[in-house]
Design a protein around this ligand. Structure first.
Ligand code: HEM
Length: 147
């Protein structure tokens, strides 16, 4: 993932901006102990589909380069392998972040189910953001190593 073409750079930029906006609006409301509402909710829900689209784009563009191979755990390859593990963790963590909210918007679950999905969204979102920071750190550090 360290040699990004123009499409890769655009996808990364869109992903970083959308995650930053989602994290800011979501956690701002959380730390102020208020439910996400008003303009913050509007921004959060407007950016959410952008996030879904670019998460899928990342999976499509970089899944090949992040395939596990024989010898990945050999001495010397471990840093790259760890980066692959975190890439897949990020993609997988994005799924419950999205599904928790999509499912809570349909009238399938009662109040308790919605409360559970809401809490699931918060914790998965936190996990996603931490993993995404690690992945982006890996991209930029490796890029600057090569430049
Ligand atoms: C990295 C991505 C995301 C992060 C960091 C994030 C973070 C958060 C956080 C922390 C909250 C709780 C705010 C509170 O305490 O009131 C929240 C709420 C919410 N999020 Fe996200 N979110 C993300 C992605 C998404 C996506 C993809 C969707 C839509 C599919 C979404 C829809 C919502 C909605 C509708 C709420 C309000 C829930 C309610 O008040 O019942 N979020 N988000």
């Amino acid at each position: 993932m360290n040699r990004l073409g123009i499409v890769g750079k655009l996808v990364c930029a869109a992903m970083i901006i959308s995650v930053a906006l989602l994290a800011f609006t979501g956690f701002w409301a959380m730390f102020r102990a208020q439910a996400l509402g008003g303009y913050l909710l509007m921004v959060h829900c407007t950016v959410a589909p952008v996030f879904c689209f670019f998460l899928a784009a990342m999976a499509v563009i970089w899944s090949g380069k992040n395939c596990f191979e024989r010898g990945d755990w050999r001495q010397g390859n471990r840093a790259v392998t760890l980066q692959k593990v975190f890439f897949w963790l990020m993609i997988l963590a994005g799924i419950p972040v999205i599904l928790s909210m999509v499912l809570s918007m349909v009238p399938l679950y009662g109040t308790n189910g919605q409360e559970f999905l809401y809490q699931l969204h918060r914790y998965c979102a936190l996990f996603f953001v931490l993993v995404a920071i690690w992945v982006s750190k890996g991209i930029f550090v490796r890029r600057s190593d090569h430049e």
